[in-house]
Design a protein around this ligand. Structure first.
Ligand code: ADP
Ligand code: MG
Length: 680
């Protein structure tokens, strides 16, 4: 329950059913057969046949019959007791999703009970749950929570006056309605989220979110940061003169937005978003130059060692010639560093000689003490937990300063503009909407696993022509070990199939030194084909790598696929991204998997991808609180519930001003311990 965030009675009360099951009636199988519905059905029938078959894998097949109609029940996992329960001649109650087709009616993994048991007298709520937490238990504790939780009204009547439905359905009534459906209520009434009970909950949730955002904004307005003004002919100009390219218009515009923020005496809180390859790093480097020029330090934190190292190599290359004459340097901090190198870096950071510190989350560890941290940059910010982002800000305060560092976050997963503006009252957003010139668009192909051999041959040709390629294996969430085995197997297979190709293997559990060796080998061209797990996902930049194969692409999220694809198309050669997909058991991709692959094939534009991702996943998950363990929005949908969002945005500042106590109660009820997180 803690994992699900269900610690207080109110958390339980706000844990709403995902859906309901109608277990109140039985429908004759013959009627069901006439009009097959996607919802689960319930009927009773007699077992006429049972066998354990081997069709690809072991399975239990049971045929039941009622009123002259037959249905096949298929089980891939089963217990000996089920063989007895479904012995030929038994009458059983079957519940599941009925499918029709040439083979006749069938249900995969139905729930089976003995026939004749009493039926439910009201709809049964089905709650989101976790392994080991049974529905029956959840139902019981949630019902109890409705009695014990404080459900009193927190929204002042003045804000509800012209909102008829919101006023009539206060929290208590809405929750009772949704958790405890009255006998005889229809499914449609509950599942339609436009019902006033749902509207009320969405409105409450959005209000809590807006309140905490406005509050954070208010608090931030009271904070102080060092004003970092841009000097003429200073470091930024020197860097620009030394770069081998000109900034794009977008980079110039965004650079100016950041410079204006830095010059203020309030901490910058800005998200720099831009598609993969849009050139965010150089913009961040310019910001770092401004801070350094003003006599402050800058920290740049990246989510993976590979990415941090790459930043270090590039930025040290750019900046060392400019910093060295001033007695300054770039320092480097990662987890498994040699103690001597680490001690040296820590000393340089503490003395202030390290003007720029680049590293992984090692940068936020306790022992790291900055002399004067003026700017913190977080690359691929969505990959960090919120607590980690907060602690970078804390560094200056730890040092006993009244001032906070400016904060620049970067992300290649853009938030659609309307969403950013309305949802994040406390965040300024800069957008790089232009790619540097000379990029060739990546051609994306969907290829079925059945054509794998053909594809492997093509990879051989690709490499024979002097080009490099990535082969990405899926992250198997349940098991890191399985993950590894998968990548290792692909590595061995590809090596055997393509003897002329130099294959390398990269995965998260390689020791740092080996990771570096493999990556360096790939960058230097000593490795032609890099087999890896998704560790290469973020930021890696090898222009000669122009082919990417993603295995089991159907298992990846859309933004992840887009990030991966961004690793190719970085040079001038035409690049190809092959999304290799396998059909799961049953032969169908899920609707969302299909929508994701389709989106990838149809567009290369990160903003369009983000828009579709939002459509496919819904904003709660989209906004990426997965790392912090709690989705930011559970009920409201920012695209569909615009009217409610507008209401919440209007009400939040008024409520903070006129009813601060109620506002605090409301936020704590809805966000509990998480409200702090919204500030990061
Ligand atoms: P991302 O936004 O994905 O972090 P990077 O900052 O890694 O992208 O930039 C991608 C590549 O483009 C890098 O090799 C970088 O040096 C190069 N680059 C950045 N800006 C420009 C520009 N204005 N003109 C040409 N190349 C650029
Ligand atoms: Mg980057």
């Amino acid at each position: 329950m803690r994992k699900l965030g269900l610690t207080r009675p109110i958390d339980l009360a706000l844990h709403l059913p995902l859906r309901y099951e109608d277990e109140t009636r039985l429908v004759p199988l013959a009627d069901l057969a006439r009009a097959i519905q996607p919802e689960p059905v319930q009927f009773e029938a007699t077992v006429v046949h049972q066998e354990v078959a081997y069709r690809g894998r072991r399975q239990l097949l049971v045929t039941v019959e009622d009123g002259g109609e037959r249905c096949l029940l298929r089980f891939f996992h089963f217990y000996p007791s089920q063989l007895k329960q479904m012995a030929v001649g038994q009458r059983v109650r079957v519940r599941g999703e009925l499918r029709g087709g040439f083979g006749g009616l069938a249900i995969v993994h139905p729930t089976i009970h003995a026939a004749g048991a009493p039926l439910a007298d009201a709809l049964t709520p089905v709650y989101p749950t976790a392994a080991g937490l049974p529905q029956a238990y959840l139902r019981r504790v949630i019902a109890a929570s409705l009695e014990t939780a404080d459900l009193s009204e927190t929204i002042p009547t003045e804000f509800l006056a012209r909102q008829g439905a919101l006023a009539a359905w206060d929290l208590r009534r809405a929750l009772h309605f949704l958790h405890q459906p009255a006998p005889g209520a229809s499914l449609a009434q509950f599942e339609d989220h436009s019902h006033p009970a749902w509207q009320r909950l969405k409105a409450e949730e959005l209000l809590a979110q807006q309140l905490s955002q406005f509050k954070a904004r208010e608090e931030r307005a009271a904070l102080r940061a060092p004003p970092l003004a841009t000097r003429r002919a200073g470091l930024p100009e020197q860097l620009l003169a030394a770069l081998p390219f000109q900034l794009t218009h977008a980079q110039q515009r965004v650079g100016a937005e950041i410079a204006a923020d830095l010059a203020r005496d309030r901490p910058m809180h800005r998200l720099l978003q831009g598609d993969v390859g849009s050139g965010k790093t150089v913009v961040a480097t310019l910001a770092a130059c401004i801070a350094i020029d003003a006599g402050w330090q800058c920290a740049l934190m990246a989510p993976t060692e590979i990415l941090a190292r790459q930043h270090f190599t590039k930025l040290a290359d750019w900046l060392m010639p400019l910093l060295a004459p001033r007695g300054l340097r770039v320092a480097w901090l990662i987890g498994g560093q040699k103690s001597k190198a680490r001690a040296e870096a820590l000393a340089a950071i503490e003395s202030g000689r390290a003007a720029l510190v680049i590293g992984t989350h090692a940068v936020i560890q306790q022992q790291v003490r900055f002399r004067r941290l003026g700017l913190a940059v977080i690359d691929e910010q969505h990959r960090f937990g919120v607590a980690q982002r907060l602690s970078l800000r804390q560094k200056q305060v730890e040092a006993g300063s009244e001032e906070e560092p400016h904060l620049l976050m970067m992300s290649a997963t853009p938030i659609p503009r309307t969403l950013a503006m309305s949802y994040y009252a406390d965040l300024d957003v800069s957008t790089l909407d232009e790619l540097p010139p000379g990029r060739t668009p990546v051609v994306t192909k969907l290829v079925s696993e059945r054509r794998r051999d053909e594809l492997v041959t093509r990879v051989g040709h690709w490499v024979a022509a002097g080009r490099q390629a990535y082969w990405v294996c899926p992250l198997i969430e349940e098991s890191e070990a399985l993950d590894l085995r998968y990548a290792t197997q692909a590595y061995e297979e590809l090596g055997a199939a393509l003897p002329a190709v130099r294959v390398g293997l990269l995965h998260a559990r390689l020791p740092a030194a080996e990771k570096k060796a493999v990556m360096d080998g790939f960058i230097a061209g000593a490795i032609d084909l890099l087999v890896s797990t998704t560790v290469i996902e973020v930021g890696v930049d090898v222009p000669n790598a122009s082919l990417m194969v993603v295995e089991h692409a159907e298992r990846f999220g859309l933004s992840q696929l887009h990030q991966l694809r961004g690793r190719v198309g970085r040079g001038t050669v035409a690049s190809v991204c092959v999304l290799l997909f396998a059909l799961p058991e049953g032969g169908h991709l899920s609707d969302t998997a299909r929508a994701r692959l389709k989106a990838m094939a149809e567009t290369g534009d990160g903003f369009e991808i983000a828009r579709r991702d939002l459509e496919i996943r819904g904003p709660g998950e989209f906004l990426g609180a997965r790392q912090s363990g709690a989705p930011l929005l559970r009920f409201a949908d920012l695209t569909l519930d615009r009217a409610l969002l507008d209401w919440a945005r209007h009400v939040a500042p008024l409520m903070l001003a006129r009813h601060p106590d109620l506002a605090a109660r409301h936020v704590s009820r809805w966000l509990g311990g998480r409200s702090d997180y919204l500030k990061a």
